[in-house]
Design a protein around this ligand. Structure first.
Ligand SMILES: Nc1nc2c(ncn2[C@@H]2O[C@H](COP(=O)(O)OP(=O)(O)OP(=O)(O)O)[C@@H](O)[C@H]2O)c(=O)[nH]1
Length: 327
């Protein structure tokens, strides 16, 4: 075999590989005219290289994000550096359908794309290549893992019965809010609430009806909140809320509104119809509160006072007499 024939063979093999490789290869000139469109691109776009030869990429593929992609390509031409486009930054450059059996759930192919300057023998960058990798499998695995992690995180923070924050997560939010509010001296109130004589509801109507009562009260509570408030199930029939930007006067209007709504609801148990009431303890942030534990314990003291005073009422910690505060 002569040297010439050998080189021709090598060139032929290279062309064969470029055409059959499972990676998209496109070569563009300085005006974005298509000079090479390999088999992968033909298979996935459904357009043959004969049609595309010397056609302008952006004119032929109108759904490309022209402005954004041209900017990237211009910097490759000017700086003579590679550029990468990751699927996490942008799921795809070319909108190709996904035909993979395993990752059939993805509607389109996820792509990583490299833009590579092609330097001529004279050192000029007269062309660039686009190398398109199908990363649908990797993307789907990562997205599914993210979904699972999000679900697990939600489960670990949520109370199953009420779908409110569970105690641990609520406490974490409350501590964060305490830090924020005390630093900026923002008005905010902590409310503890507890369903009255709940034990007797369980005893009379059974645990399942008791659960329904807890769920209904939790639902009414969450319906009354603003986006910035943070509520949680603190214990069995006890709930806690941090009301953002709310002083004790506004907090008591909130608790009184909720209290009156709860006492109007009728619950059914076999042939019985019954109602429940709720007691509230409120503590707004002030200079006497030195840490989040005190904030919580003062709201709890106010709740205790509401129970002692006859239940179905709201008590503000600062309204309790000095002697009572000690107990
Ligand atoms: N159905 C149901 N009951 C629960 C749950 N968690 C705790 N409890 C019950 O809630 C009751 C709480 O009773 P107590 O702490 O004595 O308070 P109470 O009867 O509400 O009385 P006061 O708070 O003083 O008005 C207990 O009987 C617990 O068994 C739960 O998830 N579901």
């Amino acid at each position: 075999m002569s040297d010439n024939t050998h080189h021709l063979s090598e060139f032929h093999w290279l062309i064969e590989m470029v055409q059959t490789i499972e990676v998209g290869i496109v070569v563009l000139d300085r005006n974005y005219n298509i000079k090479l469109w390999n088999g992968f691109m033909e298979n996935h776009s459904g357009v043959s290289p004969n049609i595309l030869k010397d056609q302008n990429l952006f004119q032929h593929f109108a759904d490309l994000d022209t402005e954004w992609l041209k900017k990237k390509m211009e910097s490759v031409f000017l700086l003579k550096n590679r550029a990468f486009i990751s699927w996490e930054q942008r799921p795809f450059v070319f909108c190709f359908k996904n035909y993979r059996p395993i990752t059939g759930r993805a509607a389109h192919m996820y792509q990583n794309v490299t833009l590579q300057p092609l330097v001529s023998l004279t050192g000029e960058v007269s062309h660039i290549s686009m190398i398109i990798y199908d990363v649908t499998d990797i993307a789907m695995n990562k997205l599914q893992l993210n979904n699972v992690n999000q679900t697990l995180e939600h489960l670990s923070q949520t109370d199953e019965l009420t779908q409110l924050n569970n105690r641990r997560h609520w406490q974490h939010c409350m501590e964060r809010e305490y830090e924020r509010f005390s630093r900026y001296n923002t008005a905010s109130s902590l409310v503890m609430l507890d369903i009255d004589h709940f034990k007797s509801i369980n005893d009379r109507f059974g645990h399942q009806i008791g659960d329904v009562v807890i769920q209904r009260v939790a639902h009414m509570l969450s319906q009354s909140l603003r986006e910035t408030d943070c509520a949680g199930r603190y214990g069995g029939e006890e709930f806690a809320v941090v009301l953002a930007n709310t002083n004790s006067k506004d907090a008591i209007s909130f608790t009184e509104r909720l209290r009156k709504r709860v006492e109007q609801v009728e619950f059914m148990a076999d042939d019985d119809v019954f109602r429940v009431t709720v007691s509230f303890g409120i503590c707004d942030l002030n200079d006497d509160i030195k840490d989040s534990i005190s904030w919580l314990s003062f709201a709890d003291k106010a709740l205790y006072r509401a129970k002692l005073n006859g239940r179905n009422r709201s008590v503000i910690y600062r309204d309790i007499s000095g002697d009572e505060k000690l107990h």
